[in-house]
Design a protein around this ligand. Structure first.
Ligand code: CUA
Length: 158
């Protein structure tokens, strides 16, 4: 029988207890509190998304006073967002739906909490309220090729 020092037994016990505590914490977070890995808001065919459906006619739509949705396509070659300019009244709440027609892009609006990964075949969704007037830039936040630095758009809030 191997002799295990008393302190070592305590540390082994503590390590096992921590594993159990962490496993319970992960289980509670996932199954009781509902923390899940983000899922795409929808799926699309990147080969046809520019020709059919809401991304064929991207841009801003008003749903109700102060409430909008915006459909934006991200693309490489040439690298750009379609559209690359939006105008909004102050206080507008906008739900953005963004997809890619080719490679992985990002969509981040400076000065807001909007920051999503944009993957071909998936629709990324994020909602932001623009309380202050001014110009906001949305930029591609994932390296997507030699024209990556050209991928940006502006939101003018009046
Ligand atoms: Cu698109 Cu970087």
């Amino acid at each position: 029988m191997i002799h295990v020092h008393t302190y070592e037994k305590w540390w082994i016990g503590l390590s096992l207890a921590m594993l159990v505590v962490f496993a319970i914490a992960v289980g509670v977070a996932g199954f009781v509190l509902g923390f899940q890995v983000p899922e795409p808001a929808g799926r699309v065919d990147p080969n046809t998304v520019a020709k059919t459906g809401p991304f064929a006619n991207p841009g801003l739509r008003q749903l109700a006073p102060g409430k909008y949705e915006a459909y934006i396509r991200a693309q490489a070659s040439p690298w750009k967002f379609v559209p690359d300019k939006l105008e909004l009244p102050a206080g507008a709440t906008v739900t953005f739906y963004v997809t890619s027609v080719d490679v992985q892009h990002g969509f981040r609006i400076d000065g807001t909490n909007a920051n999503v990964m944009v993957l071909p075949g998936q629709i990324a969704k994020t909602t932001t309220t623009f309380t202050k007037t001014g110009t906001y830039y949305y930029i591609c936040s994932e390296y997507c090729g030699v024209g990556h630095q050209n991928m940006f758009g502006t939101i003018v809030v009046k």
